[in-house]
Design a protein around this ligand. Structure first.
Ligand SMILES: [Fe+2]
Ligand SMILES: [Fe+2]
Length: 462
């Protein structure tokens, strides 16, 4: 089944690449025919750019091999129904291009320039020093061409640990920039979040594991990167498209930039905050939103999320908003993963909670603060009750979770392991979703040692 899915995804990718390359090829032909300033060119370039940019969200670099009369991706020829790709391959081949690379950040202007270069005859290009030097002369950096033997450098995606490190570095740079009124490195942030997303789409386990490792020194930047990763994972689960998920990731990474204006001693203070200190904390959403508003290339969502990530669905939280104001869906999503990440991190004023404790608190102790549907999806993903976890039921029995469902994360199937009224060695399984007896409801997550408590006397005797 997994193999089938992988094949389907790769077929889909080939179809989309074929479509994007056809559009580039049509642009190239049209620029050669009508010249770059003809009104028809804008629309064609717009179509080609949109198709390519969408692909580069999923895969930040596309390396297309160009044969004499075919194009190939990772050694597989790209199917060409209309003959457009064959013609494009021949155009590239005649100009000695053996590989074409399209890189995230590509602009419509670069596409027009590239099309114009390809409209030059091979002889004319040779006089100008070849296609690569013409591309460099026109400062095209997101389209690259290689000639001769295919480049041997690795085309593999970056190591998730490197992506994580780079994200930490960039968020720290962004915070320094906000503090000193300098420019936030938006293109670099966009590129690294796209790498994260690409890595998550392929396999989310490595990056998710990294969100669980904490070091006290870099709390704020690690927290920001974790919120970025967790937001994108939840967005992917909800079925949001790659472009929206990327915008969300960028915004989530910057959600706490307003904290640079909070005195670090307050953030690290172990004791209770004074009213004045608390007020400083409550200002960080508005400060962050102000710093991010209207920045070129940054999604408008970034400012919205910075402002709304501490607003709660029941009207609590900050800044104070009218009861009729409903925060943006993605602000409500970030509010959930933000709280979850904060609770599962050790802070000077409290110990680190387990994932299950954090989810249980958000579901049971703070009901109404978080979007119910999003919370259910998140609980399912974070596995409120992972398989094998030990729970205490309301009637006092202990049970092990043996099955669960995404639709009902609070009601898994459990197997009772200790019970006052069940005969010894008679494990029974109960599906808590269909079971209506409140005595069997889950009361709390249990620690393994608790299960031994009823037998304490006997254990001591041994
Ligand atoms: Fe915050
Ligand atoms: Fe936060």
């Amino acid at each position: 089944m997994q193999q089938d899915n992988a094949n389907r995804q790769s077929d889909d990718m080939h179809t989309r690449i074929a479509d994007a390359l056809s559009k580039i090829s049509i642009c190239t032909r049209s620029v050669a025919q009508y010249g770059r300033s003809h009104p028809i060119i804008d629309e064609m370039v717009g179509n080609a750019h949109q198709a390519v940019a969408q692909l580069l969200v999923i895969q930040p670099t596309l390396a297309i091999a160009a044969g004499e009369s075919y194009l190939a991706l990772e050694s597989f020829p790209i199917e060409d129904g209309s003959g457009t790709l064959t013609a494009f391959a021949e155009t590239l081949h005649a100009r000695k291009v053996t590989e074409l690379r399209l890189i995230s950040g590509i602009t419509p202007a670069e596409l027009i320039d590239f099309a114009e270069i390809l409209s030059l005859s091979p002889e004319n290009l040779a006089i100008r020093g070849g296609i690569s030097s013409e591309m460099t002369r026109r400062q095209i950096s997101h389209i690259q061409t290689f000639s001769g033997v295919l480049p041997t450098e690795s085309r593999e995606a970056k190591d998730p640990a490197d992506i994580y490190e780079e994200s930490i570095m960039l968020v720290e740079q962004a915070m320094k920039a906000v503090e000193s009124g300098l420019q936030i490195p938006v293109p670099e942030i966009r590129a690294v979040v796209a790498e994260s997303l690409h890595s998550l789409i392929k396999d989310d386990s490595a990056l998710l594991a990294l969100t669980g490792i904490r070091s006290y020194d870099h709390y704020l930047s690690e927290h920001s990167v974790n919120v970025c990763i967790l937001s994108m994972v939840l967005s992917k689960d909800l079925g949001l498209d790659a472009a929206s998920t990327l915008e969300l990731g960028i915004s989530a990474l910057l959600h706490d930039v307003g904290k640079v204006f909070v005195n670090p001693d307050i953030v690290r203070k172990p004791g209770k905050l004074t009213e004045e200190e608390w007020q400083q904390i409550r200002r960080h959403p508005a400060e962050g939103a102000r710093a991010l508003a209207g920045l070129p290339d940054l999604p408008a969502l970034a400012s919205t999320i910075a402002l709304e990530h501490h607003v709660r669905s029941d009207g609590s939280g900050y800044p104070a908003v009218s009861m009729t104001h409903r925060p943006h869906l993605l602000s409500r999503l970030v509010a959930i993963v933000d709280t979850y990440d904060a609770l599962t991190t050790e802070r000077p004023y409290r110990e680190r909670w387990t994932a299950q404790q954090a989810i249980a608190w958000m579901l049971y102790e703070a009901p109404g603060q978080y979007d119910r549907q999003l919370m259910a999806r998140f609980a399912a993903r974070a596995r409120l009750y992972p398989l094998g976890s030990l729970v205490r039921l309301k009637k006092g029995d202990y049970a092990v979770v043996v099955a669960g469902s995404n639709a009902h994360p609070k009601q898994p199937t459990v197997r009772i392991i200790t019970s006052a009224d069940l005969p010894k060695d008679a494990p029974i399984e109960i599906d808590l979703f269909t079971n209506t007896d409140p005595a069997f409801e889950i009361d709390s997550i249990a620690q393994p040692v608790e299960v031994l408590l009823p037998y304490a006397d006997r254990l001591v005797a041994v």
